[in-house]
Write a protein that binds this ligand. Sequence first.
Ligand SMILES: [Zn+2]
Length: 211
Amino acid sequence: MKLKFSNMIRHFLLINRHKWAVFKNCVRCGIVFRGIVHDLSKFSPQEFIESARFFQGNRSPIGVCRRARGVSYAWLHHKGRNKHHLEYWLDNDCEVTPMMPYKYAVECVCDKLAATKTYAGGSYTNDMPLRHWYRYGNRVSGNPRTMMFLEKVFLDVYEHGERYVLSKKYMKRTFSEICLAEQMPAPLPVFSQMYEEERAKYDKMIAASRK
Ligand SMILES: [Zn+2]
């Protein structure tokens, strides 16, 4: 794909729109600084040029580039520098994937909630973050407590809505109950039907992309 100037502008605006949505979530959760510096590496040439080249508007250019080239250098650059991504913490040589510290785990939630909303547009519903988690999120072999923290937040979004989780009090309490507790809490309930549906969608998508 050719690099178009119009797509450079569009991509620049999209980054800022996403950053603004994440910033508002971060302010509600009391991590203002994380909201300001969120995803700044997207402005680096390594990330910006590739993403502008594969710009689509309604989905992530990273996936588009991966399918076209078999690799996305923008993503490899991004995940290596942004601690709010589960992938940043992956290290095969660690016995257990290190746990994401509080501020990055909360930033991760703020990011995922904002991204789900942006891509869903007007048709956003409270089950979407949990669906997205079942379809893609929980495939990463992250730290078990970090994974449980994220899952718990998305379950609460599903049951009580976004406003319920976007507060400093909620985040502090939930993080300490799951990530700082002496014993790892019992597994969370899985909404089996939703889970099955999302897994099936993912498998179908993968099969289609291999054709
Ligand atoms: Zn990011």
